[in-house]
Design a protein around this ligand. Structure first.
Ligand SMILES: O=P(O)(O)OC[C@H]1O[C@H](O[C@H]2O[C@H](CO)[C@@H](O)[C@H](O)[C@H]2O)[C@H](O)[C@@H](O)[C@@H]1O
Length: 270
């Protein structure tokens, strides 16, 4: 039939998106560096975006590839997520070989750099109360509570209700002193300390002593990570939208293809 791909190519498209030549060349060069860190965002990258945050299961191909990277000589692997670190561990099922950073880059295995003050704890509780009042008014919205932040989810609300709920959050607690605002996919998130996935990558780069970093991300918060990449690093934006990343894949299957490629190259090299 005119224009139809051969059966093996159709199968390949479903199971393994082909990486474009520029990205494939960048991955080859990256994998040849002596010490590397392979890091990815979780939601929208290793896991597809789903209706309920608690249902965000990982793509097993991506997790297997990350685990292979983590145990290959000279390679490290990390998940850097907006999730609470404990939730990230539970959802991803990551082994201890993987480095997990939660709370948008602020929460490491050792905890936070400095514990939040009593004043910040009170502020967080006020924001949570306000979010809960907003959520009670708009069906389909929900509130996620994390160690230093809270998220108002509107994915399951009608467009009008979602917009109204977000507007109340913006004009309410998002405008309070000491509150740090992150916009995401059908969410607004308010934190009581500043967070940065870019600073998290800097810290991992120094601690691991790596020559290059690969980072995959799909959301606004990942732009802080892309902004901290250096020559020889590889930034991969997942999906559409403006980005500072040089490369792009379409979706979590593309993420799996990137991670499997790096894992195979590193294992083959060893
Ligand atoms: O940095 P990430 O790992 O990408 O985390 C960002 C936020 O992800 C979660 O929310 C997003 O994914 C949900 C599940 O697919 C989806 O329902 C929601 O609409 C998305 O915004 C998570 O719940 C947040 O806490 C993270 O900050």
């Amino acid at each position: 039939m005119g224009g139809q791909l051969p059966a093996d190519a159709r199968r390949r498209r479903v199971t393994a998106p082909v990486l474009d030549d520029d990205l494939r060349a960048a991955l080859d060069a990256f994998a040849a560096r002596p010490r590397v860190l392979v890091a990815s965002d979780y939601d929208g990258c290793v896991s597809p975006i789903v209706a309920r945050p608690e249902d965000a299961v990982p793509n097993p191909r991506s997790m297997a590839a990350l685990e292979r990277c983590a145990t290959a000589p000279g390679a490290f692997a990390a998940l850097v997520s907006g999730r609470a670190r404990a939730d990230l561990r539970a959802l991803s099922g990551a082994s201890d070989a993987l480095t997990l950073v939660g709370s948008h880059g602020a929460e490491f295995a050792e905890g936070f750099d400095s514990p939040i003050t009593d004043g910040q704890r009170d502020l967080l509780n006020e924001i949570i109360d306000d979010f809960r009042s907003i959520s009670a008014r708009f069906p389909g919205t929900s509130v996620e509570v994390k160690p230093i932040s809270t998220t108002l989810h509107v994915r399951n609300a009608t467009p009008d209700d979602g917009a109204a709920a977000l507007d109340l959050a913006e004009t309410g607690p998002a405008s309070w002193d000491g509150v740090h605002v992150t916009h995401g996919k059908a969410v607004i998130e308010l934190a009581v300390i500043e967070t940065s996935k870019g600073h998290a990558l800097d810290r991992l780069r120094a601690a691991m002593g790596v020559d290059a970093v690969l980072y995959l991300g799909d959301d606004v918060t990942d732009e802080k990570a892309f902004a901290h990449l250096r020559p020889g690093d590889v930034g991969v934006k997942v999906g559409g939208g403006p980005t500072a990343a040089r490369y792009r894949v379409a979706d979590p299957d593309g993420v799996a293809a990137v991670l499997e490629t790096i894992a195979s190259l590193r294992v083959a090299a060893s």
